[in-house]
Design a protein around this ligand. Structure first.
Ligand SMILES: NC(=O)c1ccc[n+]([C@@H]2O[C@H](COP(=O)([O-])OP(=O)(O)OC[C@H]3O[C@@H](n4cnc5c(N)ncnc54)[C@H](OP(=O)(O)O)[C@@H]3O)[C@@H](O)[C@H]2O)c1
Length: 202
C-alpha cells in the first residue's frame, strides 16, 4: 500500500514514520523536499520512506493523508484535485475557531470520486507517536464511508491506536467535537497534552 503524506510536521511526520516502519510505502509531500527536517524523517523512516513535491506525493499514494495547516487545505485540493480524485483521502487538519473545523467539504468538492475520512484530528500528535497513555491503548474515533473503512482501520491500527468507527461523513462534527473536547481538557483544564479517549462497552 502506497501512502502520500502531505505535511512533514508533527502529524505528517509522526504518522508517516510509523507507517513506513510498519512496511507501508510512504512518500512525504513537502514544499521543500530537501529541507533537513525531511531528510531526518527519511533517515528514521527507513527504506520504504521517500519525499517529493506535494504533487509527486499525491500521484504516488493510493491513500493520501492531509496534515498541513487547516487554512492551506482548500488551495492544495483545488490545485491538485485532478490527481487526488478517486484516491482515499484522510483529513487530519483542524481550523480551530472556525464553524467548520475539518476540511472535508473542500476535499469532497475537489475530489468527488474519493472516499474521504476524518481521522487523526482529535488527539495531540504525541498520542499518535506513543499511543499507550497511562498504561492504556488510546482509541481513535473516525468517520467516513463504510465500504472503505477497512483500509483506514488498518492504518489506525498500524499507528498503535484502537479504531472506533463513528459512521459516515455525516458524523464529521461529532468526530470534530472530540478534538475540541481534547483541547478543552489539555489546555482549558491544564491537564496537558498526554491525554486520550477510551470507549468502554460490554
Ligand atoms: N499538532 C497536533 O497535535 C495536531 C493534532 C491533530 C490535528 N492537527 C492538525 O494537523 C495539521 C498539521 O499539524 P502539525 O502540528 O503537524 O503542523 P506543523 O508541525 O506546523 O506541520 C505543518 C506541515 O505542513 C506543511 N505546509 C504548510 N503549508 C503548506 C502548504 N501550503 N502546502 C504544503 N505543505 C504545507 C509544513 O511545511 P513547511 O515545513 O514547508 O512549513 C509542515 O510540514 C493541522 O491542520 C493541525 O490543526 C494537529
Amino acid at each position: 500500500m502506497k501512502i502520500g503524506v502531505l505535511g512533514t510536521g508533527n502529524i505528517g511526520g509522526s504518522l508517516g514514520q510509523k507507517w513506513a516502519k510498519a512496511g507501508y510505502e510512504v512518500k512525504f509531500g513537502a514544499r521543500n523536499p530537501a529541507d533537513p527536517k525531511v531528510t531526518a524523517l527519511l533517515e528514521s523512516g527507513g527504506a520504504t520512506a521517500s519525499a517529493g513535491s506535494v504533487e509527486e506525493a499525491i500521484a504516488f499514494g493510493e491513500v493520501i493523508l492531509i496534515a498541513t495547516p487547516g487554512g492551506s487545505v482548500q488551495a492544495i485540493v483545488e490545485e491538485h484535485g485532478t490527481t487526488l480524485n478517486g484516491k482515499l483521502i484522510i483529513d487530519a487538519t483542524n481550523r480551530m475557531g472556525e464553524a467548520e473545523v475539518s476540511a472535508v467539504s473542500s476535499i469532497t468538492q475537489a475530489a468527488p470520486n474519493s472516499p474521504v475520512f476524518r481521522a487523526f484530528n482529535s488527539l495531540g500528535w504525541e498520542n499518535f507517536a506513543e499511543p499507550v497513555v497511562g498504561g492504556t491503548q488510546a482509541d481513535l474515533f473516525y468517520c467516513g464511508p463504510a465500504e472503505a473503512r477497512a483500509m483506514v482501520e488498518s492504518l489506525i491500527t498500524a499507528v498503535g491506536l484502537h479504531p472506533v468507527y463513528v459512521g459516515g461523513l455525516e458524523q464529521v462534527r461529532l468526530v470534530d467535537s472530540l478534538g475540541l473536547l481534547w483541547g478543552a481538557l489539555a489546555y482549558g483544564q491544564k491537564r496537558g497534552r498526554r491525554l486520550a479517549f477510551k470507549l468502554l462497552a460490554e
